[in-house]
Design a protein around this ligand. Sequence first.
Ligand code: TXA
Ligand code: MG
Length: 319
Amino acid sequence: METKLVKVDTENPEKSVLTEAAEILKNGGLVAFPTETVYGLGANGLDEKACKRIYEAKGRPSDNPLILTIGDLDGLYKIVGKVTENAKKIIDAFWPGPITLVLPKADCVPETVTGGLDTVAVRYPSNKIARELIKIAGIPVAAPSANSSGKPSPTRASHVEFDLNGKIEMIIDGGAADWGLGSTILDVSEDKPVLLRPGAVTQDMIEDVVGEIDVDPAVYSKPDGNIVPKAPGMKYKHYSPSAKVILVSGSMENVISTINEKISTDEKNGLRVGVMATTQTKDRYIGGEVLVVGDRTKPETIGANLFKILRKFDFIGVD
Ligand code: TXA
Ligand code: MG
């Protein structure tokens, strides 16, 4: 299959392109499009066959449910069984925006979307291209991140092209995704909200609106036999480049010296080492391929570039 790549104006997306993309979606095809978090891989969320194609294109395990995106609030009431009081408060405070709500599903939502769960995850994106596309299509659009399963989420159209070229009908290029990280996922299907995945809308921001929430134990620890994440996708290896990744944490000085020791031994062993540095540390490393992810005083710059830099290391071919 030939994948059509089309660039659009982010402020005034060309209507002709969005109409063509909407037609593809309505006919059971796949279209990748930008959102304010990461690029999404869209399909008609009520069409079981189209949703199955998402799993195939991504190589995604079938028990990992899809998020449904909507283009206006009316769209929500068609796909959920109930909008809880806490959901209403979160919607008022943060929608459209980078937070996904898990709610009881309506009968029309196919099992392929929910992976057999009786809930459905819904997001109303603020990105203009995404919103207008979904509105023109007039259907809920299933939109997981548009990467091959397991790889870092795509924050540029070129990332989508690298992973999915030849497997989907169209990619809409709307420039870099603003946040560069997946949406916050909050389960509001029961009385007390539960944070399932951290994102741009933080726990503090949520608690300011609905009071104390629970945090799924899998959020801050590595899943093992004892901790099963409530967001099924979190149990699989994800956001992972081909190169081995080592996280060094601690004070900035300790981080720099530990990484320098590692560079020294690994390079002696003939390995190519990538160093994900910040504006503050970039000139302090004794070797390696040093790429700057962002500024330590502006964490949002690090979020926006994290996946891009992980992909770049693979592109450069570091070990
Ligand atoms: O920002 C985002 O949310 C992006 C944009 C493109 O919309 N999408 C995204 O989708 O990150 P994905 O599929 O990469 O991650 C969705 C996560 C998965 O971990 C999945 O298991 C979880 O949401 N999820 C989906 N439906 C769920 C449900 N009913 N209950 C709990 N978790 C659910
Ligand atoms: Mg994903």
